[in-house]
Design a protein around this ligand. Structure first.
Ligand code: URA
Length: 240
């Protein structure tokens, strides 16, 4: 926006004194430049507080078999300001030990997949459908998924991503429902409002599945390219 050009020195001095930056705008009320950084700092502090509250809430879950058998809560990893959020299924043994999602073998593959489209843990945000490790690496039950779903939805709402990547059928079914199997649902943009957010949702194969079925990696690559394209369409800037 064009800076105001002060005609009178007195006026110039006055505005310097009150430390205001004038901008031209037809609406008189909008003539003072908003301090965007100040606002986003307040918002992101609010967001971090809310995330921390959510984390405490999950950690105080009662009578939960998952929590009883787990070592650590696995809440998230990555950048809470990111516009790209990734949801996996649930923590495995390594994640349970470290309290961080996707740090085992599937996580290494996920890192490689992200790197292929110039993403990494500093510019995406990662969480799971359930936040405690299911014993013996079993899939979370329908009941467990239902119990953790309000936490997951709140988590997504707080992060407010523009792109939401669902890895595998558990994440797909939890968020979108099981209208289609993952092999049919993948690679298509799905429209669904989650609370107050309206992200572009895409499902793809889970990296653990891709390790078992490497011939399916070509489809995951197609999905990653769609994400890259959407990022440029939506002009998503990568924060680090
Ligand atoms: N698989 C998942 O779905 N999530 C993790 O955090 C690790 C492996």
């Amino acid at each position: 926006m064009k800076k105001a050009n002060f005609k009178s020195n007195k006026l110039k001095l006055y505005h310097k004194l009150i430390n205001n930056k004038l901008v031209y705008d037809n609406k008189s009320l909008n003539r003072y430049e908003k301090d965007i950084n100040k606002n986003s700092m307040i918002n992101s502090k609010g967001k971090l507080d809310q995330l921390s509250l959510l984390r405490d809430k999950i950690n105080s879950i009662k009578n939960c078999e998952l929590k009883k058998n787990a070592t650590n809560l696995v809440f998230s990893d990555g950048n809470p300001s990111s516009k790209i959020m990734i949801i996996g299924e649930g923590p495995g043994a390594n994640e349970d030990k470290e309290g961080k999602p996707f740090v085992g073998r599937a996580g290494k593959l996920l890192d490689k997949m992200l790197e292929a489209i110039k993403l990494n843990r500093k510019n995406v945000y990662i969480s799971n459908v359930v936040n405690f490790r299911p014993p013996m690496n079993r899939k979370p039950t329908e009941e467990e998924i239902k119990r953790y779903l309000p936490f997951l939805l709140r988590h997504i709402e707080l992060i407010n991503p523009k792109i939401l990547l669902l890895l595998g059928s558990t994440a797909l079914n939890a968020i979108v429902g099981n209208i289609e199997v993952i092999s049919k649902a993948r690679g298509k943009w799905i429209n669904k409002k989650i609370g107050k957010t309206n992200p572009c949702i895409i499902a793809s194969f889970h990296p653990a599945f891709l390790m078992r079925q490497p011939d399916q990696k070509k489809y995951a690559w197609e999905d990653l390219k769609m994400i890259r394209k959407k990022m440029s369409e939506l002009k998503i800037k990568l924060h680090e």
